[in-house]
Design a protein around this ligand. Structure first.
Ligand SMILES: [Zn+2]
Length: 313
């Protein structure tokens, strides 16, 4: 059932995701170069048009379209410093979201010291000021309802500007990628993810399969909440919070409520095994010329209202 090309696609996806999340060697300058190169390669692609907007569209706040195909009107910024959070990688200008996301992240951050004993949260990518596809990383995060939260606790001492760009997150996966690294993962990580899963406004959480292995084990008999916690490639340095579409917002196309059971059995073992194979036994590249990559999404692929979001003041 699993074709070679599917495994090859998975290997490519993993290669793309793992360094993007870790960013051990990446610098703001290198990231800016990558963005510029992607603009130059496809200047009319939706990612180039949305990726160059530095301010939100002054319109009523609305998530338009779906998580991986849409845009965001009337975005708010999560302040880069809060009493118990800090935003990382400020050069990316991705700390934007629909007010329901900002509201929830601020509430969660306030509760974090009590839940985890950590001083607070380090917040990674959310959306661009007008949402839409990004010049680098992430298929989703387009409608202001997705956020990546680091699994590294916020340190007691504030993280300075330079560290925010260059400090690397901690890989929570064990060297064989079949379970967590007990040197880094703590019961507080489980409690934090459980708390987020219990929030009715949260639709899905994405974590690396290796992390879900630990969550399933540590949950004991109470596994119901794990239905929302879905395995996903990458997400070993951070976990991904996805909000439900705001009530009554017809322009926002959410996902079906989760209906997978706790997903701790054969489904999870399948993910773990596919990840293991892709990392340690990647398929050999086919001889001959490389297949041309698909061109990036065009503006026509987004809901028509996204054109107004793009040109709005
Ligand atoms: Zn994510």
């Amino acid at each position: 059932m699993r074709s070679i090309s599917r495994i090859a696609a998975l290997a490519t996806a993993l290669m793309a995701l793992v360094p993007a999340a870790g960013l051990a060697q990446s610098t703001a300058e290198q990231e800016a170069k990558n963005r510029a190169a992607n603009i130059a390669a496809y200047p009319d692609a939706a990612r180039a048009l949305f990726g160059q907007k530095t301010t939100p569209a002054s319109m009523e706040a609305r998530a338009i379209g779906s998580y991986a195909r849409g845009c965001l009107a009337g975005a708010e910024a999560l302040p880069v410093d809060g009493p118990s959070w800090q935003v990382m990688r400020l050069n990316r200008n991705r700390n934007w979201g629909h007010p329901v996301l900002i509201d929830y992240l601020e509430k969660l951050a306030r509760d974090v010291p009590r839940i985890t004993g950590w001083p607070g949260l380090l917040v990674g990518d959310m959306s661009q000021p007008r949402g839409g596809p990004m010049l680098t990383g992430h298929a989703s995060h387009q409608i202001g309802l997705d956020a990546d939260v680091w699994l590294t606790p916020m340190p007691k001492e504030r993280v300075d500007r330079d560290q925010r760009e260059n400090m690397s997150a901690t890989n929570m996966a064990r060297a064989d990628w079949r379970d967590i690294d007990p040197n880094n993962w703590t019961p507080a990580h489980s409690r934090l993810i459980h708390t987020v899963a219990a929030e009715p406004r949260v639709e899905r959480i994405f974590v690396n399969p290796a992390l879900k292995v630990a969550l399933c084990r540590e949950a004991g008999a109470d596994k119901g909440w794990l239905e929302k916690v879905r395995p996903m490639w990458g997400h070993n340095y951070h976990f991904h919070i996805r909000m439900v579409c705001p009530a009554g917002m017809a322009s926002c196309h959410g996902q079906e409520p989760p209906n997978f059971g706790d997903g701790c059995g054969a489904e999870l073992s399948g993910w773990v095994e596919r990840q293991y194979q892709a990392i340690f036994h990647p398929p050999k590249p086919k001889p001959g010329p490389k297949p041309k990559p698909k061109p990036p999404m065009s503006l026509d692929a987004l809901p028509p209202e996204c054109r107004q979001v793009l040109v709005s003041r």
